[in-house]
Design a protein around this ligand. Structure first.
Ligand code: AMP
Length: 412
């Protein structure tokens, strides 16, 4: 993986459109883990699959970009915003996708989080919006609230000073504010599928002027059972739109969707080698919850456990674990589907800013999050599937660093 990552600057201020606190009465069916993934719970994973030594660290060659940002015909305001982010060279996906996107082509981007895919699609979109200033001409669909929020944050950074407006449409935030924001005719909406459906049904969101449709982390959206919603939403957009489709994996279902939605797409694959290769993986044996807790506290007593992402199975289990850690003097936050949007946001910020050393999470809540420098992933509860396991441990060992993953298993 190219070594281009840097810590994302935090945006100041909370306010913003569509970011009000959770409203219990509002629709809460989309994004951020409210939906149960259609997975086989409890499939047995042999403990040997949780043990693996990281192969040599940092052997991934630095990607040699063929373009500089200055080579892309972005307006100067965008170039300035890129510079102010400190981005020096385009990442592989940016290097290979931007020209095609600017030429109006459909794209299949095989890229996971951390590759810079967000800027790869946002920069050309912002350039186009700046020229057309056409309201509601782009929509980005993402699987979770947090991912949608991250995309919106990046949109605001890269369109800063350009008088372009976005609306974030996610569950867990009051729908009325989102409706009011849509009435102001934003140029782009960034949304999770469930809330998008809701707003289409209420006839406050119309997609018949859409020029660009982005499906981000399409594989995750399918995993979360959004396929019907995605088909319905796409069918509301004009057929001659441009479609930018991103997915970390190509499954038969993903392939089927690309056939339905894209026309003569250009495929760009920048998937980093199996992330798990850069993660030292091992198991910790413990039989009871208490024994797990003791061993966990022992680990957290060591300095090397600097920034720990701890996975639990259920929302309640995750909350209890986090409460318990706090009681025992380990600063921790929890992130799961029962948390309001603003609570998740502040938990994530606290973990990212190193105010909390531990973040306890469910699988769905942690999906797609870009959290730099996680030293350890600990699976307090085992993941339901090996695929979930790979996603979990992919949160560490990023950007050329070795990460560590530990999984609790019963004694043999
Ligand atoms: P993404 O894969 O879009 O979630 O991006 C991962 C992280 O890489 C984000 O924190 C971006 O701000 C950062 N990033 C994206 N592109 C570049 C670049 N060309 N140079 C430096 N950092 C970048």
């Amino acid at each position: 993986m190219p070594n281009y990552r840097k810590t994302r600057p935090q945006r100041g201020g909370q306010g913003g459109r569509g970011r009000a606190p959770f409203n219990k009465n509002s629709s809460n069916r989309n994004g951020g883990g409210q939906r149960r993934p259609n997975k086989r719970r409890g499939a047995y994973i042999h403990p040997s699959k949780f043990i693996n030594q990281a192969s040599t660290v940092n052997v991934v060659a630095e990607y040699q970009a063929r373009h500089r940002f200055a080579d892309f015909p972005f307006v100067e305001a965008i170039q300035a915003n890129i510079r102010s982010q400190g981005y020096k060279v385009p990442s592989a996906i940016q290097d290979q996708a931007i020209s095609h996107i600017m030429a109006g082509r459909d794209i299949i981007g095989l890229a996971n989080t951390g590759t810079g895919k967000t800027a790869a699609f946002l920069l050309p979109i912002i350039n186009q919006l700046y020229a057309s200033r056409k309201p509601l001409s782009a929509i980005v669909l993402a699987p979770t609230r947090e991912l949608a929020q991250q995309i919106d944050d990046q949109f605001r950074i890269f369109s800063s000073g350009m008088k372009l407006y976005s609306t974030l449409l996610v569950g867990g935030a009051p729908i009325n504010k989102q409706i009011a924001s849509l009435r102001r005719r934003p140029h782009i909406v960034i949304a999770t599928p469930g809330r998008t459906m809701d707003l289409i049904k209420r006839k406050v969101l119309r997609l018949d002027d859409i020029d660009v449709l982005v499906l981000d982390e399409a594989d995750r959206m399918l995993d979360m059972g959004f396929v019907g919603d995605i088909r319905t939403i796409t069918s509301q957009t004009p057929e001659d739109r441009q479609t930018l489709f991103f997915s970390a994996t190509i499954t038969p279902q993903v392939e089927q969707l690309t056939k339905e939605f894209l026309r003569d797409p250009k495929t760009i694959s920048v998937r980093t080698a199996d992330t798990s290769e850069s993660v030292d993986q091992n198991v910790v044996e413990a039989d009871s919850k208490e024994e797990k807790m003791e061993k966990l506290m022992e680990m957290l007593g060591q300095d090397e456990f600097e920034k720990v992402l701890l996975f639990g199975e259920t929302k309640h289990g995750v909350q209890r674990l986090s409460d318990r850690l706090n009681k025992q003097g380990v600063n921790s936050v929890a992130i799961h589907g029962n948390k309001s949007q603003s609570q998740r946001k502040s938990a994530l910020k606290s973990f990212k800013d190193n105010q909390s050393r531990v973040m306890v999470a469910t699988d769905v809540a942690a999906r797609g999050l870009d959290i730099p420098n996680v030293s350890h992933v600990i699976n307090f509860d085992q993941p339901a599937t090996y695929e979930d396991y790979v996603h979990r441990i992919g949160r560490t060992g990023r950007a050329g660093a070795t990460g560590k993953a530990l999984t609790f298993v019963g004694k043999r």
